[in-house]
Design a protein around this ligand. Sequence first.
Ligand SMILES: NC(=O)CC[C@H](N)C(=O)O
Length: 314
Amino acid sequence: MSAPNSADLVVILGTGGTIAGTAEEATDNVGYRAAQLGVAQLLQAIPPLGARRLETEQVAQLDSKDMDFATWRQLAGRVAAHLARPEVAGIVITHGTDTLEETAYFLQRVLAPTKPVVLTAAMRPATALQTDGPQNLLDAVNVASDAAASGVLVVFAGVVHSAEQVRKVHSYRVDAFASVDGARLAVVEEGMIRWLAAPGSRPAGMGLTLLDRPLGQWPRVHIVMNYVGADAAVVDALLSQGVDGLVLAGTGNGSLSQGLESALRAAQSQGVAVLRSTRCDAGPVTESAEALPSAGALSPVKARVELLLKLLAA
Ligand SMILES: NC(=O)CC[C@H](N)C(=O)O
């Protein structure tokens, strides 16, 4: 437990998602439209936030399945601009759950902020009987103004996760996120934050200027999966379209069929960057001299962000 920062302003950046979604019926948890309510409207459902020093800004209004590089760049720029203000304790970003972990990892690797940047979301629309957005948003504001919080975090269903460890693990349940290997950082109980672990050492941010490249020239990085009967077909199709990087979502310890391996090695020899991850829910891919380069413990989608940024920096 820790005291609030002297800088006490929390800026809430809205990007859409189910947390801003509405349905015709309160009993409809799935047939709703995401990204309908503005971020300022979301606060009206949370009376305790009336006493807090908050600012809101609508950065985007989309279903996070359609998150894109243009919005990422805009969001990173707005986060950096607000973090530079001395009165800002931290930032909250409302987001859809579907790609939340990718945005979180992207912001952590680009900005590696010292102040907290807290992503939150909801599994039920704002109109649902059991809407989870207001509690998640209140918890996120509390974490964003906590002196012990730092870096990019995800607050969801009363748990604080790091950008590196968090994954969406359920398609429907309200408790939809988990940290790999149970590495959650804290729990939020009645507004009190109980820290359980530190995020560990985090590398310096790669920097906003990395994102200056015109969007049409951002690297094309795709994910290919190993599975029974996987062969060269997908890699060959991507090579014929033009591709800059390929992430393998391998089986087990990043293993792959002989056909897929030959195709990826051929791609590599044509200058395509390759990174090997696992489709398993947890665990690293071990590095070995003869194997394709390992993404460590990164999930395939986070390995893709890593490779994208590495290629932007090249
Ligand atoms: N629960 C959610 O937020 C998922 C809704 C939507 N597909 C999104 O990611 O924005």
